[in-house]
Design a binder for this molecule. Structure first.
Ligand code: GLA
Length: 373
């Protein structure tokens, strides 16, 4: 109950600020807007705090659509922050490995920063050695989004909107994107993406949250991971797909039944950074992964409409960044489950298409649902 006390104090002290307060029926659901700082160009950035009726809190800034904090109860009701990030805008502006942000136009890698579409070759930034990563130099993770608090019978949320202009970061077409985060009373962080375009272009949006269900008390190697995938995308040494989709059953890649992340780490040079192909045959929402952390009892389930998930174990965290609560981010301080299409799809005719055409609607839903056992 200590955690809940902190939360109630928190409501009391912030409710004088500009806020949207659902007090009817004694609901604790709330959205609070605060100033989060100013960019070097002088643009003011906000931080929105969403709270549900169970004391779960999500803090989201309209800079990059970054979820800066996710405060989740453990099996004793104590609340910890289970996501990596910073408590101030400047730390994000100074540079970070995609903590908690929206990634676009194309999450993951495009080989050599090139693709051809309708006979035209498009050139993108090569910002990951020779390859293109996560939308380029100034991807959606660094844009300032229009933000609007929303609420419905299930929860409170934040609707973010951004228009990426024709040839921004080398991609064709004006892409109109809306990403809505909802925090529900089922303890879900639900992310809904919608987009439309006026010229064909590859679009592969994702969210790059890093999790540590101990709240940063330990690394992630004792988390028990289950991934609903029998196959993964084989990549070369630059993490570009070879085109092979390989069976993983019985190998060190196999998480079809729960295994600790660290159980076969010695067999995975550098750690996991792989695209798992979800066992599903339609674009309906389905189970992607289930993660259980025994000391806190926290469970996180991931559901998505997307065909694959990038399971990344924070292999490039090197101790040079210190986040919230003075936690130093080292290798395996956090893991990501980024729901998305396969890497380099624009250059891989055998992969499901990522081309969004005029008149079509891009839509994706992913849910991160928290419970305890
Ligand atoms: C993704 C990639 C990783 C790494 C991180 C950011 O998850 O798959 O290889 O680039 O982003 O550090």
């Amino acid at each position: 109950m200590v955690g809940l006390g902190v939360v109630l104090d928190f409501i009391g002290c912030k409710s004088q600020n500009e806020s949207k307060n659902k007090t009817q029926n004694e609901s604790k659901m709330e959205i609070i807007k605060e100033n989060f700082g100013t960019t070097a160009e002088g643009v003011t950035v906000d931080l929105y705090t969403l709270m549900n009726n169970n004391g779960m809190i999500a803090k989201i800034t309209n800079y990059g659509g970054i979820v800066t904090s996710l405060l989740v109860p453990d099996k004793n009701g104590n609340i910890d922050d289970v996501t990596l990030g910073f408590d101030n805008l400047q730390a994000y502006l100074d540079g970070h490995p995609y903590f908690g942000c929206i990634v676009g136009r194309y999450g993951n890698r495009i080989a050599k920063g090139k693709f051809e579409l309708d006979g035209v070759e498009y050139k993108l930034a090569t910002n990951n050695d020779e390859n293109h990563l996560h939308g380029g130099e100034i991807g959606f993770d660094k844009k300032i989004w229009d933000a609007e608090p929303v609420e419905n019978e299930k929860g409170v949320g934040l609707k973010l909107h951004y228009v990426s202009e024709d040839m921004e970061e080398g991609y064709p077409g004006n892409l109109d994107v809306t990403v809505t985060y909802m925090l529900t009373d089922e303890n879900e962080l639900k992310i809904n993406y919608e987009a439309a375009i006026n010229k064909p272009c590859p679009v592969n949006l994702t969210w790059h949250g890093y999790f540590n269900l101990t709240g940063g008390k330990e690394n992630i190697l004792n988390h028990e991971m289950e991934i609903n995938a029998d196959k993964y995308v084989v990549v070369d040494e630059t993490l570009i797909p070879t085109g092979e989709l390989r069976d993983l059953i019985g190998s060190e890649m196999d998480f079809t039944s729960p295994k600790t992340i660290g159980s076969r780490f010695d067999k995975v040079p550098g750690g996991y950074d792989h695209t798992y192909i979800i066992n599903k045959s339609s674009s309906e929402i389905d189970l992607v992964a289930r993660v259980y952390e025994p000391t806190s009892g926290r469970v996180m389930e991931v559901y998505s409409t997307e065909p694959s998930v990038q399971f990344y174990t924070g292999n490039f965290l090197d101790g040079s960044l210190t986040g919230k609560n003075e936690i130093v981010y080292k290798k395996q301080s956090g893991f990501c489950l980024e729901t998305q299409h396969f890497p380099d799809s624009p250059n891989q005719p055998g992969f499901p298409s990522t081309i969004l055409k005029p008149g079509e609607k891009y839509s994706q839903t992913t849910i991160y649902k928290f419970s305890t056992k």
